[in-house]
Design a binder for this molecule. Sequence first.
Ligand code: C2O
Length: 440
Amino acid sequence: MTESDTTRVDLRRRRLLAAGLALPAGAAGLGGAAAIGYAAAPASPVASGLPVRRSIGALAPDSDEVRLYREGLGILRARSERNPADPTGFGQLAVQHALFCSSATPDLQVHWGWDFLTWHRAFLWIYERHLRAALGEPRFALPYWDATRHRRIPAAYWGEGNPLNDSTRLQGPDDELPDDLLNARQALAVDDFHAFGGYPYPNPTGEMVEGNLEQGFHNNVHNWIGGNMASFALAGFEPLFPAHHNNVDRLWAAWVARRGTDALPTDPAWLSRRYQFVNEHAKLESVQVRDLLDPRALGYQFDDFEFGARREPDPVLDESAGGIRVPVEGMVLSGNGRAKVLRFERNAVPVHPYCARVFLRGEGLEATYVGTFTILPVQQGGRAALDAGVTMQLALPDALVERLGTVAGVEAVLAPVPLKGRAIPTALVRPGRVVISDVL
Ligand code: C2O
């Protein structure tokens, strides 16, 4: 931190300290986190004393919280301008994400599976610590953008010279996310952790399989924003990245709050996974999954667990923009009590992002909407490993599954979602096989 940084920060710190904020002992450590239970409802933020991550869409752009965040990001950006290799600068934080998020090697790739929620939680925790250190403000909490409640990019992220701005966005301040892309509550309703948050790799399909939250809401929002955010290699350079991921983190915390920690996987292979980051002291730090399961053990909590509902009826099929029709090859419609899903197996990962609304139809069955998902490209290392294929699955309502039993010639139709500033992608996705089956 430079001297001028220090002066600005000190003024503000005095204000926050005057508001009675102090860091509880042990709040920022990792120790023993795995053993901590997660209460069914969040304790009152004020009562627990931990820094509170708040909704930036509800904060005025000139509020103290937003000013503090802008200032912190400004410091990180200035460090990278002085020295692009500075491990405590904005650019190198973005690179830390790019290394793991655009890797073509399944072992290093933290999307498409059960590393998704844990790796990004750890990354945001490190990110928040970089900001705390840069600001000299141990109470700083990263704000989140809940796109289900605030469908426009929040006002705090716009404006010339604003460190929170990014000039590569393809949406403007008045553009609103389409209703069906905001399917976070659909993911939240999924009880099985893997179906919600991501599958182990390797798994029975031999492919990487995303959870519902990742392939839907998470990818949809990334891609809708466009520019840096629509590419895993560049997303870390978009200041909306931590805000959107913070909300994904909050969705995970809400999922656990509803079900208890017992709903989390107990597989030692998951709990013992380790990720490495460069921390705020420019030192390598290794973080283990078992220590990432409770945000409170990481020194933060969320202000609430409320999410906006869908406002519109399901989309209707519009094939004017083209579409992909694929016969459903096999249908398992009953038995064993497992949820039934529409599964796309062995998809090649496309070179461009692909966002589609998915419908099922057949003889006597009008096109019925089943969900909206996005596939984001993986750019690094020739894509060889992921080209082996990735699997996507969409949950089917019971009534539809029952109906399908009497329908012949069932086909899935993928209708690409037209997005501002982009040509309509056609035939970018080539599903290897489409089935209706038990959830994996
Ligand atoms: Cu690692 Cu939302 O991306």
